[in-house]
Design a protein. Sequence first.
Length: 256
Amino acid sequence: MKQIFFPLIALACVLGACSLFEKDDDSETAAISTNTYSVSYAAPKNGTLSVSKTVAVSAGITITLTLTPDDGYQISSVTVYSTTTEQAVPTTQSSTDDSVYTFTMPEGDVTVTALFAPAPTYTVTYADGVDNEYVTVPTDTGTYWEGKKVYVRFTGVGTRSGYTFTGWAESSGSTEATYTAGGTSSFIMGSENITLYAVWKLQSVTLSYNANGGSGSMNNQSMTYGTFGSLTANAFTRTGYKFIGLGLGSSVTAVS
């Protein structure tokens, strides 16, 4: 008597009547593995580890690991270890996200270990941006790791005669400020120390003309501090007097 393998029997049912068809003796029977395994891990220090699937894991599927460092830390290493073969299981780091790793589940349980280490830190230095002159600037004693938000300091800046402080730039000699109190006031720290240079703008000076006993009027004139410029031609008159020039102050008797 032939033995019938029920998992390989085909049923043909028409109008409620079913017929049984026996598999040929010379055909192969399929073996399907139902073994599943587990992924275990301990909560790491100085960061978190997320695993896409930890129980009832079939061999051959892709497991995703997401590592998130705490502030001031970076990923040091991630290891997947097979408790069956007692060997490391290869992992692949994502090309678009450095915090994501994947591995193919082997036949057997695995253990994942993630380690985080202190991230390198960098400094921010403020410079007055001028030569042969000393101007007080802020001091930042903090340290910042890559990716940390840095708030630029605008208090504690000294003064310069004839100049107005407008903000900070990342290169010496800049005439336009990158960081201003009323605009962009922060940046994300990169992978090196940074120096911020003060940016100064020459002030405008207003010249007022006084007839000094004469008659007539002349409009005020605006000039830039520290620069040469032509004065407005005299338009004042005074009976019995000859105009000889201009001086500073209302009681001058000589031309400045």
